[in-house]
Structures are given as structure tokens and as C-alpha cells.
Design a protein around this ligand. Structure first.
Ligand code: ADP
Ligand code: MG
Length: 285
């Protein structure tokens, strides 16, 4: 499913005297099937923006189109929208509440009105997708580790079979291993199912590694929307916005500034390694 914002603005507490304009005239097209990274400093408006995508927040002005249809049109089904656009909140494990892991993941499909059999089928499939070990299915979510609990929470959204999956800082608070396991699983899911994935992350390393394109927000506006390699060329501007390009990109840019003829648009360690081997002619680096 494609998502398009047209001059979308949002003001918290409008008319209260404590107004905060969180989004300023956002124009954006996220095509169907893309894996996009949404980044920006804390308070830049990322979480506010994505809550518009499944109708949790309603724009103060402007329009939002899902697959070309305005979600604000008369008669548009928000219920249907929420079943198609799955949103995994930040620290989603705080919202687990059922007695067992399996029951928790079945909650979404149950709300969709599916039969008990289908609920279970969906839940088992989703738990398998996120790599949750079978021996935990009958446990209480609270017996699991933080990383496992987060997987269960993600499975709960996947069990709805969304066509768009939005994850708000899914790796926050996880150790590096847990982080990459979860991101690898999301990347695999994207590849296998072709759903649109919107990964909200303030970590440029994560975005560089996984996203086809990235959106950079600052103070409620979209500043860049391009491939990571293109966006990271604006190192200084990004730093002014409190964002650091990936360390490896920064290293290559510093080498280039020091007169070593290496490419400056490399964003992954493996890409940089290849480039260094090329430049230094196979001498070990
Ligand atoms: P991000 O997710 O990028 O950290 P947010 O979308 O949470 O940014 O916040 C954008 C702006 O809106 C910030 O100025 C923040 O303080 C404000 N804001 C967020 N949530 C609320 C709320 N519930 N009420 C009032 N202001 C809010
Ligand atoms: Mg946020």
C-alpha cells in the first residue's frame, strides 16, 4: 500500500492556548512495497507523523491518501485502515497483557472477528516469523526476556497481516545482537511478503543498513527524502540537526578530505571494506 501526505499539518491541543505545532505541511509519497527509514532528532515529529498513517491522529490540515484514497473522505473505514496499517509502538512490550504469549498474539486476529482456528493459525505464523521459540508460547509474556517480549509484541501486529508495517524505534533499549536479529527478521519479512515497511529510528546505522530510502525530519518538517547514500552526503547539515552519519561514512568522508581518493557515498562496512581494498590494491586493511 502506498501512503501519501499532502500539506499535512498537525497541532497538539489546538485552541487550548498551549498549542504545539508538531507537523508543518508535510508532503510525502511512500510507494507500495518500499522499506523506508524515518529518522530525525527527538521531538522532530516522527511518532506524530506515523500515528496519522493508521488514523490514530487526525490531521489538523491537509490530506492523507492510502492507495490513492483520502482516509478523511466520508464513509472511509478507519477500522479497515487499522487492520491494514500495523503500528508497533515504541516499547510495545509494555502493552502485553494476556495470560500467555499465544493468547496475546491472538488478540488482534480475534478483534478482526476471525474464527478461533484462524486466530491460532495467524498467531502461530506470526510467532514463527519473529523467531519466537515454541517453548514460550504457553508462558506468560512476563517470564520472557526483554528482547523476546518485544518479538511477541511485534508478532501481535503481524498476526493482523498488515500491508504496511510501521515500527517506532523497534530496537530501543536492546543490545546490539538483539537489535540486528530483530531488524534482520523485519528485512526478511519485507523481502518475502513485499509489504511496505516504515522503520522509525534515530540510529543512522540501522537506517543505512536496511532502508531503500530515508526520510529525515526536523522540527516537524521533512528535510530530506532520498536514498541513504544521497542523504549522508549532507553530513554537516545532519550534524547541525543533531544526527550523525554512520561512522563508516564519516570515516570515508574524512579520508577523502585528507586527500585519499575514496568514494564518499559508502554507507556500510562491507562497502567501505571493498573500496579500501580497491584503493590500497589488495594490501591488507
Ligand atoms: P519524535 O517521535 O520525533 O521524538 P514526536 O512526534 O513525539 O517526535 O513529537 C513532536 C512534537 O510534538 C514535540 O515537540 C513533542 O513535544 C510534541 N508532542 C508529542 N506528543 C505530544 C502530546 N501528546 N501532547 C502535546 N505535545 C506533544
Ligand atoms: Mg517518537
Amino acid at each position: 500500500m502506498a501512503i501519501e501526505c499532502r500539506n499535512l499539518s498537525y497541532i497538539y491541543s489546538e485552541g487550548s492556548g498551549f498549542e504545539i505545532q508538531a507537523l508543518h505541511q508535510i508532503n510525502l509519497l511512500i510507494p507500495d512495497g518500499e522499506f523506508v527509514g524515518l529518522t530525525g532528532h527527538t521531538g522532530s515529529g516522527k511518532s506524530t507523523l506515523i500515528q496519522h498513517f493508521n488514523g490514530l491522529l487526525r490531521a489538523t490540515a491537509g490530506d492523507l491518501l492510502v492507495d490513492g484514497e483520502s482516509i478523511y473522505a466520508d464513509g472511509y473505514s478507519m477500522r479497515k485502515l487499522r487492520s491494514k496499517v500495523g503500528l508497533v509502538f515504541q516499547y510495545p512490550e509494555h502493552q502485553l497483557f494476556e495470560a500467555t504469549v499465544l493468547q496475546d498474539v491472538m488478540f488482534g486476529p480475534k478483534n478482526l472477528g476471525l474464527s478461533a482456528e484462524e486466530q491460532k493459525e495467524r498467531a502461530l505464523e506470526a510467532l514463527h516469523l519473529v523467531g519466537c521459540p515454541e517453548k514460550s508460547y504457553e508462558k506468560s509474556p512476563f517470564e520472557l526476556s526483554g528482547g523476546q517480549r518485544r518479538r511477541v509484541a511485534i508478532a501481535g501486529v503481524l498476526a493482523m497481516k498488515p500491508q504496511v508495517l510501521i515500527l517506532d524505534e523497534p530496537t530501543a533499549g536492546l543490545d546490539p545482537r538483539g537489535r540486528y536479529e530483530i531488524l534482520d527478521e523485519i528485512a526478511r519479512l519485507h523481502k518475502e511478503t513485499g509489504i511496505t515497511v516504515i522503520l522509525v529510528s534515530h540510529c543512522m546505522e540501522d537506517v543505512a543498513q536496511y532502508a531503500d530510502r530515508m526520510i529525515v525530519m526536523s522540527h516537524g518538517s521533512v528535510v530530506y527524502h532520498d536514498t541513504p547514500a544521497e542523504v549522508f552526503k549532507h553530513r554537516q547539515h545532519l550534524e547541525e540537526m543533531g544526527l550523525a552519519v554512520p561512522q563508516v561514512t564519516s570515516l570515508m568522508q574524512s579520508l577523502a578530505e585528507a586527500g585519499i581518493p575514496v568514494r564518499q557515498d559508502l554507507i556500510t562496512v562491507s562497502g567501505a571494506r571493498e573500496e579500501l581494498l580497491r584503493v590500497f590494491g589488495g594490501r591488507s586493511v
